[in-house]
Design a protein around this ligand. Structure first.
Ligand code: ADP
Ligand code: ASP
Ligand code: MG
Length: 400
């Protein structure tokens, strides 16, 4: 079989753990497989490099920033190749460029345009274990780009698609995808199979176990992804097409997103085109807006509320001030978004009201609500985040 394995930051967090990964890769190779391994930086390394950049500048040049943060993955790729070489394997460690990963020019969150599969394939044909530094590629001008936080997941999925691998395994520090973050709720259960759609919602709504763009690509390319634990041999979770899942639970999981801020604009002119202008300008500047609420107007003005990710607060402030200097603008970053996700919602009513009751029973006030076919999201005060996750987990009978 042709297998792509990705090992996350905690799995390569120190030299003993890199040896553990080398042992696992060696076993896979010795079982007569061709193996491509994608690695993250050692855990904490990327954050450390980012903090170094911010020591000198709040707004470092993006090209240099990418050059800096891509280095963590090169360290682990080379070390793993050296460890495997010592064990008698033929190996080659590659940067994104050497692996033929071409991206657009959007530094810090580049999209992969193309993978030149001949580079990896020629190494595989020489019976080598190919080790690729995750999270990075090369722009059309030859500069190093990075793929957004958690981007090594995307590297793995994209390579699996390009070389038509039989299997793409994402190794991490938990046994698979759980009904919620097992660090928040120890009663969370491991899910055997989950649909791309649900996983995409969970990942986009705060479940950091997989990068949302990697799930999007896996769905597009129809790649069966398996997440599993690098520290044991337990069965993981299969992420696959909804059709491949016989039993469809009403609710599959609960996600918590702590990275949100609420913006309130008071005294917005209540006339056609105002919302269009505000939100078009924000989206043109790559600011993702979610959960919009507009009140019924009085005296020709209204209030407008929406959420953005915390890193976009200062950018949002600047843009709104320019557009509407007279309006009162408030920011609250002491909020979180808690979400209930499940394909079963498509065909059942009453799922949302169950969520509202579960929170009200715990005296948790809901500030904003948004729903889609397979999810319900609620903004609440930060201090109730974990309590809300547990209450919802119990209400939908997800506790083990
Ligand atoms: P890696 O370093 O391997 O990329 P991450 O830290 O990115 O690992 O993701 C793994 C973590 O995701 C777990 O330790 C867990 O705390 C968290 N997590 C959040 N939601 C979930 C979920 N629904 N199922 C499993 N893990 C989750
Ligand atoms: N090291 C990068 C990050 O921490 C990419 C990854 O681990 O997937 O975001
Ligand atoms: Mg990750």
């Amino acid at each position: 079989m042709l297998i792509v394995q990705k090992y996350g930051g905690t799995s390569v967090g120190d030299l003993d753990k890199i040896q553990n990964v080398a042992d696992k890769v060696s076993k896979t190779k010795n079982a007569n497989n061709s193996v491509v391994v994608v690695v993250s930086a050692m855990s904490g390394e990327t954050n450390k490099l980012i903090s170094y950049a911010h020591h000198f500048s709040k707004n470092p040049q993006k090209r240099e920033f990418d050059l800096l943060v891509s280095s963590g993955e090169r360290v682990t790729a080379s070390l793993l190749a050296i460890a495997l070489g010592q064990m008698g394997h033929k190996t080659v460690a590659l940067t994104g460029r050497q692996a033929g990963i071409y991206t657009d020019d959007v530094h810090t969150s580049a999209r992969i345009n193309k993978i030149d599969r001949t580079k990896i394939e020629s190494h595989l044909s020489e019976n080598k274990i190919v080790i690729v530094a995750g999270f990075q590629g090369i722009t059309s001008s030859g500069d190093i780009s990075t793929l957004g936080r958690g981007g090594s997941d995307l590297t793995a999925v994209a390579i699996a698609g390009a070389i038509e691998a039989n299997l793409c395994e994402i190794y991490t520090d938990v046994d698979g995808i759980y009904t919620t973050d097992p660090r928040i709720e120890p009663k969370a259960r491991k899910i055997e199979k989950i649909s791309y759609e649900e996983m995409l919602e969970l990942a986009s709504l705060g479940a950091k176990v997989l990068q949302n763009r990697s799930v999007e690509l896996a769905k597009k390319l129809n790649i069966n992804l398996v997440t599993r634990n690098s520290f044991n041999n337990n069965e993981g979770t299969l992420i696959t097409k909804e059709d491949n899942i016989m039993e469809k639970p009403l609710v599959s999981g609960i996600a918590l997103d702590k990275d949100q801020a609420r913006v309130t604009l008071r005294g917005v002119k209540d006339e056609p085109g105002i919302a269009a202008k505000i939100f078009t300008t924000l989206s043109d500047k790559n600011i993702n807006v979610d959960m919009i609420i507009q009140n019924i107007g009085h005296d020709g003005t209204t209030n407008l509320g929406f959420t953005v990710v915390q890193k976009d607060i200062s950018k949002t402030k600047k843009i709104i001030k320019k557009l509407h200097p007279s309006e009162v603008m408030e920011f609250d970053d002491k909020i979180v978004k808690v979400s209930v996700v499940g394909v079963g919602m498509k065909s059942h009513s009453g799922v949302a009201s169950q969520a509202f009751s579960a929170l009200s029973n715990k005296k948790i006030n809901i500030q904003m609500i948004s729903t889609s076919e397979i999810k319900i999201s609620m903004v609440i005060s930060q201090k109730w985040g974990e309590k809300a996750v547990k209450a919802l987990h119990k209400a939908y009978k997800l506790d083990k």
